[in-house]
Design a binder for this molecule. Sequence first.
Ligand code: 6PG
Length: 243
Amino acid sequence: MRGSKGPLLWIFSDPEALSRAAATLFARRARQAIRRSGRFAVALSGGQTPRQAYEWLARSPCRDAVEWDRVHVFWGDERCVPFEDPRNNARMAFEALLNHVPIPQDQIHPIACADDPKAAAARYERILRDFFGERPARFDLVFLGLGEDGHTASLFPFSPALEEQVRWVVAVEEATPPRVTLTFPLLNQARLVAFLVSGANKAGILREVLRSPPNLRQRPAQGIRPIGGRVLWLVDRAAGSLL
Ligand code: 6PG
């Protein structure tokens, strides 16, 4: 574990241990948030890494430890493909978790952007602004992944989306498929951001992100610095092998 100044780093023996820890973290943060404010606002990550964590969360004991009727689920980003497409992040989360827990459907907010990414981004921003209302726009927990190029959510190196200072959600039309992503202004209001990073193929980029001088255009994940929040890195031994 790193010191209290920088991000906290937890290294686990394997992907299963990482996933169980992520599921336990979700349940613990949910309990704290619901006790504090009566609800738990979480943004899920896409990609493959979080799948096993979501599956652990859908099983006892984690499943039984969460007051699902107080949970509000959003996504950090989405690929602009139909829900049925195996690349769709919401589809993965429904398969692994949301179809198996008693969360009210109107508290689950997928980013539906298969048709018009720009319009979908504006619509999602409206949903978020209506949800947070007069309260601070602070997710209680954001799960994020790390791409081999240093991207996180759909904030890719040298993308115009990295420069966004006002909007909370933007379309990333230069990607294939196009994407919709939360931006730094919203992500950096989170109380806690937990990166889940697994596999030897992430060892190089993880070392760069954690050890190289900040360069958020080259390594967007370095731009995740929540104001008044914390960053936690949950990595397995393979991903952490160069640290
Ligand atoms: C996405 C994710 C993206 C992902 C990383 C890591 O929609 O692709 O939001 O940021 O977290 O690319 O993906 P893996 O977990 O599949 O390695």
